[in-house]
Design a protein around this ligand. Structure first.
Ligand SMILES: [Zn+2]
Length: 261
């Protein structure tokens, strides 16, 4: 099992490093991975998107859906309504299944990575805590606009052997969590790709990120649920009220947590 995993990591790392070869804009956007290549995003029309019940009780186990008591609202947004993201229990969800359009941007982009202010503050705390533990964290990518993501996606598709494969590892514009200003790609400044998971930064983050409001957004083995392959570097800010339900080293996905899986 260990060996198979290692082999997989190596082979995928090669793949990822391949797509790193493509030069990128200033913030060196990552390949927002996706392992459900042909997953077709759908905004299903039906019921209005209300705000469901409050966040889960602190005692909820990581595998339990916090919204078990109330099914998530259907995503009925279309056309102009895509300027507002889909939400479950107040949590913004941008994914292959829940897209946004080019008009959607963070409410108050701040700092060098144009993150929401609360995220920027939490990130500073996270980074300081890591530093105190002797771990260097570097932000590789923060907010990315719809247009930037469109350019990245186009370039990545061209750099992969097939579009299907590119889609396993790259988000189309409007389906990247980086457009929310709530997500960051972190690394140690040295090891990128899946190898990052085994660096001090990768190990530390997986364990401690939830303490600072962040979660590993695309855990290993959850590709069919999240729509994206394992990304040990991609962290999504949820706030502690939610992230506290994610244990250290958890592979719980946001979709499972919100009852969307
Ligand atoms: Zn990312």
């Amino acid at each position: 099992m260990r060996i198979r995993l290692a082999a997989w990591l190596v082979s995928t790392a090669v793949l990822l490093s391949g797509c790193q070869a493509a030069p990128s804009p200033s913030t060196v956007p990552d390949e927002q991975a996706s392992l459900t290549p042909s997953a077709t995003p759908t905004a299903s029309p039906a019921t209005p998107p209300p705000s469901p019940s409050p966040s889960p009780s602190p005692s909820a186990t990581p595998s339990a859906s916090p919204s078990a008591s109330a099914a998530p609202p259907k995503d009925t947004r279309k056309n102009a309504a895509l300027a507002t993201p889909y939400r479950v229990n107040g949590v913004i969800v941008v994914s292959k299944k829940h897209a946004v359009n080019a008009r959607y941007t963070p409410a108050k982009p701040t700092g060098p990575y144009s993150l929401e202010p609360e995220v920027a503050k939490a990130l500073a705390r996270l980074t300081a805590a890591a530093r105190a533990d002797g771990v260097r964290l570097v932000v590789r990518s923060g907010y990315r606009s719809y247009a930037t993501q469109a350019a990245i996606f186009k370039r990545q598709v061209a750099s992969y052997p097939s579009e299907a494969m590119a889609r396993r590892y790259n988000a189309e514009a409007g389906r990247s969590e980086h457009q929310t200003g709530l997500a960051v790609d972190l690394w140690d400044g040295v090891t990128w790709g899946l190898g990052m998971a085994r660096t001090k930064a990768g190990v530390w983050l997986w364990r401690h990120a939830p303490e600072y409001g962040f979660i590993l957004r695309y855990p290993q083995g959850k590709e069919k649920i999240t729509g994206y392959a394992f990304e040990p570097w991609h962290f999504r800010y949820l706030g502690k009220a939610h992230s506290s339900h994610f244990k250290a080293n958890s592979t719980l996905s946001l979709e499972e947590y919100l009852g969307l899986a």
